[in-house]
Structures are given as C-alpha cells and as structure tokens.
Design a protein around this ligand. Structure first.
Ligand code: ASP
Ligand code: MG
Length: 449
C-alpha cells in the first residue's frame, strides 16, 4: 500500500509542528510527503516581491530578515546538521538576490513572483527532511529520507501564477519514483511549485499544495492520498460561521469538488481531478489531532443524503450582458464564451433569458480590463459587486420535489439575486448580497444539516 501525505502550512508552522507531522507520516507509512511553506511564508514572499518592486530596499530587507529568522529558528529547534543548514543558507541567499534583482528592475513579473514564492516550499521541505530523519532515527531498519525537487516532476505550462500541470509528462517523470513504494526510501518534496519543460519555476495558484499532492499520487500510482491540515476533515459548513458545523465522515468526489469550488477552503478545488482520474481515495484530517475521524472522499459512498453541506463563496460579482442581437439569433453565447476563454477567466454560475446573460465571476477578474472592454464590444455590460454565492450541496438535488420550496422558505427575508438549479445533481446555488450570505448559510445549515 503506498500513501502520499500532504502537510499544510500550519502543520509545518514550527519545529514541534514539523516533528508532529513527521511522526504522523511515519505512523501512516507514507511513501512520499508533500509539504507547504511554513504558515504565513507565501504571504510574506508576495509582500516581498511587491515591496522590492515599488518601495525602498530597506522595507524589503525587513521582510527578508523575518523570513530568514523564522526558518533559522526552526532549523535550530530541529537540530539540523551542517549539510541542511548550508542548503537553507544558500536558499536564503538566492531568495535575497532574486528580490534584489526585482528591486533593480522595478519589475516583479508573474514569472519572477513564482520564482520568489517557490522559496517558501523549498525552505520548508529542506527543514522537514531533518524532522523525518529525527523521527525515524530510533528505528533499526529505517528508510532513506530523500529530498526531491518537485520542479523536476510537476511539469507545467508557462501560465505563471496559475500553471497547468502536463499530466502525461508528469507521469513519465514520476516513473523514477517507483522505488518509494517499496518502503526503502521516503520522499520529501514541495507542494505548490512546478517547472516548465525548459526548467522555469512555476506555481499552481494559491493553496495549490493539495493539488500537487494529488498530482504526485497520480504520478506514482498511490493507493491513498492524505491531506493533513489544521481542521478535522471537511465540515458541513464553515465552522467560523456556524459553530455547530461538524466533519463529514464520507463524501463523494463529485460532491467534494462542488464543495471545494463553491467555497469550502479545506481543499484546493483542482485536487480531486487527478484523484478522480485514478480513483485514489482521499483522506482529509487534522495533523494536530490525527485520532479524530476526518473525512474520506471516495468515488462511491454508502450514504447519499439529499443535503450534505452548505458552501459559501464570497467576493463574487454579477456581470449581466444585454443585447437585442440575442433575440432569435444563434452563436451569441459562443462569442461571449470566446471572450472569456481568450482572457482565461472562468465563470462560476450562469443564467440566460432571451436577450441577456448573467454570470458570476470572482471579483478579482474585474482587474482584467481587457475582459470587460471586449465584452462591451458585444453587448451592454452591467456589473454588480459585493455579492456571494451560497450553495446547497448534496445528492439528487435536481430531482427532488419540494427542495427549492424548503430552501427559499428558510430564507424568506433575504433577497435572492440569481439562482442556478438543474445543471447538477449535486449543487443548488444562489446569489445574495455578501452581507446577508452568512445569515443564509446559518439558516440553511439549521434546516438541512
Ligand atoms: N504555500 C502556498 C500558499 O500558501 C501553497 C499551499 O500552501 O497550498 O498558497
Ligand atoms: Mg490549503
């Protein structure tokens, strides 16, 4: 049985956290461990890039010092040997040089930002090797702990900031990792980062370490993928909004993908793609309390409730396109979708009438001035901001009489701006003002979960 385990930023937060995670990896007999940057480091690296580009070097140096001291402290707490210490030092020097290069050029391109962000995972994975070695040191028959450069395995295209993994190439590269499955070696590698075929560093987008772990699990043909985080599994809704929310014991791939896409923060939305392709069950649990039950995500589940969870996705905008040209014509939607495709913007929910189309997008897409300009050439564009999508996730949603009535009855006092029902058996979502969204979630959770 081969297992790929991923540990998130909080599970890598400091020396004791790393040791706890390493002990868990040993207990689970993980073949390959994929790690995130230590918590907060990716944010610091982004701040460093922006600061180096536009502010005084002094400010950038301050951030560098913070990153340095955090990692050197962990190295000290773990008792890293000279070999690891000098690797950590040389990474820190390289990070500083890159930041200075950005400062001299006053240009932090997406490509430079990816290279800069990669130091988070590269540093944490070096330190984690020591945590693993310490944990295994008491065993008489112990595996070799091998640090692997994820950029040589997770081959991606060159969309810096949100690179797309090239599955066939990755599987080819992962051929050489088959030995990890026989227990003689355990690999430690980075989440989030990849490399183009010509060797440039890329990242898979924020929170992408889960996705990396799934890609590795597919690449080596693992039997199980474990995602270790700081919450005991996937919850029925965000516990910060509804304290009664509880972990779900078992959920299908399709429901979990809807949940991740429509707001649950616990899994990166793309994670389940590789797992689904190879039917690899995914376990989500807390590295801080691994005895708790956690959540299994599987292709087939024994229990299929009508409503499994309520998701909330904030920061949505509603873009409505109106044009009389749509009346009794064809090909209009194609033109609209082409604009989205060329601008690489994905639509979350959509409805149409005879002469208008309304769709919800992440509010960050509004920064793409090209998109709105090009849409404006086809139709009249109206943008509403400050909205949130609330989703009811479950099974047989679109074939259950009375469900819509029950949903809307429980939120009668909230204005619903748009509804999407019918496309999926697993999702019923609607759009409300962001400041009313949490109330809607509370009411729905009380009624259905
Ligand atoms: N370190 C990256 C981030 O903070 C990736 C991850 O942790 O999943 O987004
Ligand atoms: Mg995460």
């Amino acid at each position: 049985m081969s297992i790929v385990s991923k540990f998130g930023g909080t599970s890598m937060g400091d020396g004791p956290c790393m040791l706890r995670s390493a002990q868990l990896a040993k207990k689970q007999k993980s073949s390959l461990v994929v790690v995130s940057a230590t918590s907060g480091t990716t944010n610091q690296l982004i701040a460093l890039g922006k600061c180096a580009e536009s502010d005084s070097w002094d400010k950038a140096e301050e951030i560098i010092r913070k990153i340095e001291s955090k990692h050197l402290e962990i190295a000290k707490a773990l008792g890293c040997d000279q070999k690891i210490l000098s690797r950590v030092q040389s990474l820190l020097t390289e990070m500083k040089s890159l930041a200075y290069g950005i400062h001299l050029l006053k240009d932090c391109s997406d490509k430079a930002m990816d290279a800069l962000m990669s130091f988070g995972e590269r540093l944490s994975s070096e330190l984690f090797v020591t945590a693993m070695e310490t944990t295994y040191s008491t065993e008489s028959k112990r595996p070799k702990i091998e640090w692997l450069d994820a950029r040589k395995f997770v081959i991606t295209d060159d969309q810096y900031g949100k690179a797309k993994p090239l599955t066939e190439k990755i599987i080819q590269q992962c051929q050489s990792l088959q030995d990890f499955k026989n227990g003689k070696s355990v690999g430690v590698t980075q989440g989030f980062i990849g490399g183009t075929e010509s060797g440039h560093t890329t990242t898979l987008g924020r929170g992408g370490s889960d996705y990396s772990a799934a890609i590795f699990a597919e690449g080596i043909g693992a039997d199980v993928l474990e995602i270790w985080t700081d919450v005991p599994g996937i919850a029925t809704t965000d516990p910060r909004i509804v304290p009664e929310a509880h972990p779900i014991a078992e959920i299908s791939f399709t429901e979990a993908s809807e949940l991740a896409t429509f707001g649950a923060k616990v899994l990166h939305p793309a994670t389940l793609l590789p797992a689904l392709r190879k039917n690899i069950p995914v376990f989500v649990g807390s590295s801080f309390d691994s005895a708790q039950q956690g959540t299994w995500v599987r292709l087939k589940v024994t229990n299929q409730p009508l409503v499994r969870a309520i998701a909330i996705r904030k920061k949505q905008v509603l873009v409505t396109l109106t044009s009389a040209e749509m009346l009794h014509s064809h090909g209009f939607l194609l033109r609209i979708f082409n604009v989205f495709s060329e601008n690489k913007v994905s639509i979350d929910a959509i409805t149409t009438s005879e002469i208008s189309v309304a769709m919800t997008l992440d509010d960050s897409t509004l920064l793409n001035k090209n998109l709105i300009r090009e849409l404006g050439e086809i139709a009249e564009v109206h943008v509403e901001e400050g909205l949130a999508l609330v989703s009811v996730i479950g099974n047989n949603i679109n074939h259950t009489p009375g469900l819509a009535k029950n949903i809307f009855e429980s939120i009668v006092d909230i204005n619903v701006r748009m509804i999407c029902l019918g496309a999926s058996k697993h999702n019923f979502c609607f759009l409300v003002k962001e400041d009313q969204a949490e109330l809607a979630v509370k009411k729905l959770h009380k009624k259905f979960c």
